[in-house]
Design a protein around this ligand. Structure first.
Ligand code: PLP
Length: 361
C-alpha cells in the first residue's frame, strides 16, 4: 500500500524517486513478477534478469534517441570511477586531456586524470565561486578530449548547448541526465551515476561512441576497460542488479510521463517557479548567473546570512528536508530532479513567501 508522502525531500543525491518506483521496487524485493524469487536473489545470467537489462537499454536508447554507433554500458563505481576510466581508456601519452573547471566535480575529474597522463584545466570559473559556465575557450591541437560537467550540482549551473569542438567531447551528466532533450551525437561519451536523476546508487550509465573503444594505448586492468564491458554487454562481472532494476522502473516512469520532452517542460516549470520566488523576494539571492541557471539544482543564499538557521528551522516545520547547501559552500541548494512533483516546489515556495511576511513584522 502506498501511503501519503509526509516529507518533501529536495536532497541532492541519493534523491527522491517517483512513489510508484518505490512501491514496485519494494514489491520486487518480496516476490519478483510472481516468480517466487526476490529480485535480490536472481542470477544476473538468468532470463529474468536479461530481460531487465535488455529493456533498460532499449528504453534509455529510445528516450535519449541514442544513435546505433554508441554503446550503452551499465557499470559500477559511480561518476568518480569514470573520472579514472576516461583517461585510462582515452588519454594516450602524446596527448593532453583538457578539462573545463566549472566546480568541484569537474576539478575532481581533472585531478584523477592528472594521476594518469598529461592533463590541463582549459578554463575555470573558480574565481567567481563557480557562479557561471566558462564558455570562452579554444581547444589546443594536442587534445585527446575535452571534459565538461553538464550540470554543476553544488553551484547550480548547467550547460544548455554543447560546445562545437574538433576533439572528442566527454560529459559528466551525473546530475542532469534525462532532464532535458539533448543531442547525444554532440558528445562522444556521456556518463552518469544513477542516484540523482535515474534511480538508486550502484549503477553508472556510460554512453560511448563505438569507435572510441579499444583505443587505449595503455596497459589497463580489464575491469576498467570499456571494450571489455562492451564485449560482455555489461556482464563482464556481476552488475549492480537491483540498481539496474530500479533504473528500469524509473525509465518506464519517464516514458509514461510522456518522455524527455514532457519531463523537460515540467522541469522548466518547477525551476521557473522557484527562481521567480528567489528573484522577487528580497530575502533571497540566487548564486548562478541568469543564463547558466540549472534546472536541477537551485542554489541561493539569504541576503542576511544570519537568517539562514531560522529558515532551515522553518523548513523543518514544513517537513522539508535536503535543502542545506553543500558542506563546502553553505546557503541552500534545492534539487529539482525529474521525480520532484510541481506540488513539492509549490510547498517550498509558499514557505519562502510566508517566511518573508513573518520576518518583516
Ligand atoms: C554526485 C556527482 C558525482 C559523483 O558521483 P559518485 O557516484 O558519488 O561518484 C560526479 N559528478 C557530478 C556532476 C555529481 O553531481
Amino acid at each position: 500500500m502506498i501511503t501519503e508522502r509526509k516529507v518533501y525531500n529536495f536532497g541532492a543525491g541519493p534523491s527522491a524517486l517517483p512513489q510508484e518506483v518505490f512501491a514496485e521496487a519494494a514489491q520486487a524485493v518480496k516476490n519478483y513478477q510472481s516468480s517466487g524469487l526476490s529480485i535480490l536473489e536472481i542470477s544476473h545470467r538468468s532470463n529474468l534478469f536479461m530481460d531487465i537489462m535488455l529493456e533498460a537499454e532499449t528504453l534509455i536508447r529510445s528516450l535519449m534517441q541514442i544513435p546505433d554507433h554508441y554503446e550503452v554500458l551499465f557499470l559500477q563505481g559511480g561518476g568518480s570511477q569514470q573520472f579514472a576510466m576516461i583517461p585510462l581508456n582515452l588519454l594516450p601519452d602524446d596527448k593532453t586531456a583538457y578539462y573545463i573547471d566549472s566546480g568541484i566535480w569537474a576539478k575532481k575529474a581533472f585531478e584523477e586524470s592528472e594521476t594518469i597522463g598529461r592533463s590541463a584545466i582549459l578554463v575555470s570559473s573558480e574565481k567567481n565561486s563557480y557562479n557561471s559556465i566558462p564558455k570562452e575557450f579554444s581547444v589546443p591541437q594536442d587534445a585527446a578530449y575535452l571534459h565538461l560537467t553538464t550540470n554543476n550540482t553544488i553551484y547550480g549551473t548547467q550547460w544548455f548547448n554543447a560546445p562545437k569542438i574538433n576533439c572528442p567531447l566527454i560529459a559528466d551528466a551525473s546530475s542532469d541526465i534525462l532532464c532535458q532533450e539533448i543531442n547525444v551525437a554532440d558528445y562522444d561519451l556521456i556518463y552518469a551515476g544513477a542516484q540523482k536523476n535515474l534511480g538508486t546508487a550502484g549503477v553508472t550509465v556510460v554512453i560511448i561512441k563505438k569507435d572510441l573503444l579499444g583505443r587505449s594505448k595503455r596497459v589497463i586492468p580489464k575491469i576498467f576497460d570499456y571494450q571489455q564491458h562492451a564485449k560482455a554487454k555489461s556482464l563482464y562481472n556481476t552488475p549492480a542488479t537491483y540498481a539496474i532494476y530500479v533504473m528500469l522502473l524509473t525509465l518506464r516512469w519517464i516514458k509514461k510521463m510522456g518522455g524527455v520532452s514532457e519531463i523537460e517542460k515540467l522541469n522548466r516549470q518547477k525551476a521557473a517557479l522557484l527562481y521567480n520566488e528567489i528573484d522577487s523576494n528580497p530575502l533571497y539571492k540566487g548564486h548562478a548567473v541568469l543564463e547558466d541557471r540549472s534546472l536541477m539544482n537551485v542554489v541561493f543564499q539569504m541576503t542576511n546570512p544570519e537568517m539562514e538557521k531560522k529558515f532551515l528551522k522553518a523548513a523543518e516545520l514544513f517537513d522539508i528536508i535536503g535543502i542545506q547547501g553543500h558542506r563546502s559552500f553553505g546557503g541552500f541548494r534545492v534539487s529539482l530532479y525529474n521525480a520532484i512533483p510541481l506540488g513539492h516546489v509549490e510547498h517550498l515556495v509558499s514557505l519562502m513567501n510566508q517566511f518573508r511576511e513573518e520576518s518583516v513584522q
